[in-house]
Write a new protein. Structure first.
Length: 411
């Protein structure tokens, strides 16, 4: 599966699971269930793209979704400029897939560096906490390490709070969602996930620790008493957390959810089913029979057999010499139509075609054009192309669908 398609699907499912949680489950007091839902939903988002149903794949609607998703996809875009702007007529391909990959990897490297720095900083605090004056006004937990400063009042209650974080391995959740956020940094949903899982951790710890105070109101006052002026620690669970204070106090005053509310968790089943449908529709690893495409009048129909057309195959069809040679061929031979230049027309022409078993090109079609001679110019050069190396599935040459965007640029 193409990495970009996989990544987009994962983030779509992340948004779906989180949207369900935010709308349906967030206000319920089943904190442990909510924690499990966020963990399981996030993990499933990475596995659903591999889940495909043969039954769903046979639906006509699924086939139409599949065709639509891949009508415009191709990571390479060929840029065509007028002769007076590009006298050398050399290839000028822009591999958007490569550009996206570079941007994506740069974001990951920056965030991984920041994450490593925060871990080192936290490790330093844990190792040398007895020598730091600030420690006596702090309370935090990280995995099996917890600390409650001597200057804090109600130390026993605060200690019980931090012990809950340690006992229930809340730090493992934090690290998990930090990594999710790093590898999906472009998706705003992951930052809401991080915030909400931390909030659930505090709910769980507050539920236990509040029993050691006379009332929940007294426990809420404890949260307020030393809330301000206390340093916050990233990655660790700090007892006095300013950003979560309002929600924690509100949850302390909320009545426990009725058992009847548990039925809400069953509603995730249709959501999960829809995601499996989308994964099946987006599958690139299976063959799919296409509708018959009528070639242009000036191009005689080729291969009118009932052979199946593959959207994606194990070994993709390619121009002799690879993509770079194809870019060179197109840039050298396509002419920027004079009518398009006079009308200042720019944009992409999307051409779709089938690479036959013998490498010849058939069923040429302009999926989206520009007019002013650009579409005709693209069809002309595609018809003059040399034979391709056909695509292969299970070691056999097959007919495969190919989409190519060609961009006409004046400046």
């Amino acid at each position: 599966m193409n990495w970009l398609h996989y990544l987009l699907q994962v983030n779509l499912y992340l948004a779906g699971f989180y949207g369900f949680y935010r709308l349906i489950l967030r206000k319920e007091t089943f904190h442990q269930l909510n924690r499990s839902f966020l963990l399981a939903g996030t993990a499933l988002a990475f596995f659903i793209p591999a889940m495909q149903s043969e039954w769903i794949r046979t639906w006509f609607f699924t086939q139409q979704v599949n065709a639509s998703l891949y009508s415009y996809y191709n990571p390479g875009v060929v840029f065509i400029t007028p002769d007076y702007l590009d006298n050398s007529k050399s290839a000028h391909p822009m591999a958007w897939g490569h550009l996206l990959a570079l941007t994506y990897l740069c974001g990951i490297l920056i965030l991984l560096g920041k994450f490593a720095f925060r871990l080192m900083r936290l490790g330093d605090i844990i190792r040398y906490r007895t020598n730091r004056k600030l420690d006596q006004n702090m309370a935090f937990a990280f995995f099996n390490h917890f600390f409650v400063g001597k200057n804090l009042s109600n130390r026993r209650t605060i200690e019980m709070h931090e012990r809950v974080h340690v006992r229930q391995l809340h730090s493992a959740d934090v690290i998990f969602f930090e990594l999710i956020a790093i590898f999906n940094w472009f998706n705003p949903v992951v930052y809401f996930l991080k915030q909400d899982i931390s909030l659930i951790h505090e709910y769980l710890a507050d539920e236990v620790a509040s029993r050691f105070e006379t009332s929940r109101a007294d426990y809420a006052m404890l949260l307020f008493s030393q809330q301000f002026g206390v340093q916050q620690m990233e990655l660790a669970h700090t007892f006095f957390n300013k950003s979560l204070l309002k929600s924690r106090v509100a949850m302390l005053q909320q009545k426990p959810s009725q058992n009847s509310a548990l039925v809400k968790y069953a509603l995730v089943a249709p959501v999960f089913g829809f995601m499996v449908f989308v994964a099946t529709a987006c599958s690139q690893n299976e063959e799919k029979e296409m509708l018959v495409i009528t070639p242009p009048a000036e191009a005689p129909a080729q291969n009118t057999s009932n052979d199946k057309v593959f959207t994606v195959v194990e070994k993709q069809a390619q121009f002799p010499g690879g993509d770079l040679e194809m870019y060179k061929f197109l840039s050298k031979n396509i002419k920027y139509p004079a009518p398009a230049q006079r009308a200042n027309v720019q944009g992409k022409v999307f051409v779709r075609f089938i690479v036959e078993k013998d490498g010849s090109i058939s069923d040429l079609e302009i999926v989206k054009g520009l007019g002013f001679g650009c579409d005709e110019e693209v069809l002309r050069i595609m018809e003059d192309m040399p034979k391709w190396i056909p695509g292969y599935q299970s070691g056999t040459a097959v007919r495969s669908l190919f989409n190519l965007p060609i961009s006409f640029v004046l400046e």
